[in-house]
Design a protein around this ligand. Structure first.
Ligand code: SF4
Length: 340
């Protein structure tokens, strides 16, 4: 459904050109949930925003690549054509619903605005959906996202809702026009743990009912374990490992994925046992390293890692990894060091 090919995106700052996305390839299948995981600044949100073309174009530069949605390259569309895609074919949910919702409009007005904008038009260009019909749909959308008493609450303002309820409203807005693809950028980060689980459950139910695909962007591998079917791990502006969730959790190959997994608390873990911290800092993407972006923090780094960017190796069908340890010529003892 969505295919990203060799995407490279930079933005310009006073310190120089930040090469935020450095050759991302990603395929999102139909009717499925894909997670992009990585720490802040790894390029995951920039990749998602580029699909929606939401960045400030005065400082952002799309250097190369294609983003094919059902074969149509979103990077070649005009802004007017993109307005028809946003909301209708691709919906987006952000981390903080309070900054995404308009505080001066009732939630009903915000949902109906999207519905009316994308409703079919008659010969005179007028929406075929009346305001009353749109409001009825807004109420049923709020009901669908399990907001209690939707007939009354549709007339309320964002500040009258809790954080979890506001995220439900954002989901209702994003799903209003039944998009094929929903991009959720850290949708649960601002919520407490029990609400997080409810929001993920709601998104999964909607994905099944609406037969949509979801891309979830998160820094937390724990969030994706029971949610996504595919996982791509990003580091230093590139995808370093990609596979099914089972492959990534049961048979991780990249040292960075290993470190991320060791940083998640596990059931039955000894209370005295400390979680692993990944020492060091991510690379400066103003001057990205010429070799592996993880080399400065990797316990398995070899000489080749500093000087040469590893290619993408296939470990198993659908499971790829960008690391020199995967090279057939790499001595097995070095490869086993990470697994051990
Ligand atoms: Fe570590 Fe080298 Fe693999 Fe990079 S390529 S993750 S530095 S072993």
């Amino acid at each position: 459904m969505l295919e990203i090919k060799d995407l490279r995106v930079s933005f310009h700052t006073y310190s120089g050109e930040v090469q935020a996305v450095r050759g991302v390839d990603l395929t999102v299948p139909d009717d499925d949930i894909t997670a992009i995981v990585g720490e802040s600044g790894c390029g995951k949100s920039m990749t998602a925003q580029t699909v929606m073309r939401l960045h400030d174009m005065s400082i952002t530069e799309i250097k190369s690549g294609e983003i094919l949605l059902d074969g149509k390259d979103l990077l070649r569309l005009t802004e007017k054509e993109m307005q028809q895609i946003r909301g209708k074919e691709v919906g987006m949910i952000f981390q903080d619903p309070m900054t995404s919702l308009n505080p001066t409009m009732t939630v009903g007005a915000q949902i109906t605005e999207v519905l009316l904008q994308h409703a079919p038009k008659d010969a005179r260009g007028k929406s075929t959906l009346s305001k009353a019909q749109a409001m009825e749909q807004a109420v049923s959308l709020l009901r669908e996202v399990k907001l209690p008493d939707p007939e009354r609450r549709v007339r309320q303002y964002p500040h009258e809702f809790s954080g979890g309820q506001r995220q439900r409203i954002m989901i209702a807005i994003a799903m209003a026009c039944h998009p094929k693809l929903l991009i959720a950028d850290e949708p649960t980060t601002a919520l407490d743990v029990t609400v997080q689980a409810q929001i993920l459950e709601l998104m999964r139910n909607l994905q099944t009912t609406h037969k949509a695909s979801i891309i979830i962007i998160t820094h937390d591998l724990g969030v994706v374990a029971n949610f996504a079917k595919h996982v791509s791990v990003m580091y230093g502006g590139m995808i370093v490992e990609s596979g099914t969730t089972l492959q990534i959790f049961q048979d991780p190959q990249h040292p960075y994925t290993h470190s991320l997994l060791r940083a998640i608390p596990r059931k039955g873990m000894d209370k005295a046992q400390e979680l692993t911290v990944i020492e060091g800092t991510p690379p400066d993407l103003v001057k990205p390293p010429q070799g592996c972006p993880f080399a400065d923090r990797c316990e398995c780094a070899m000489r080749v890692c500093k000087d040469h960017l590893p290619p993408v190796y296939t470990h198993q069908a659908g499971h790829t990894c960008r690391c020199w340890l995967m090279d057939p010529d790499c001595p097995p003892e070095l490869r086993n060091k990470e697994r051990g």
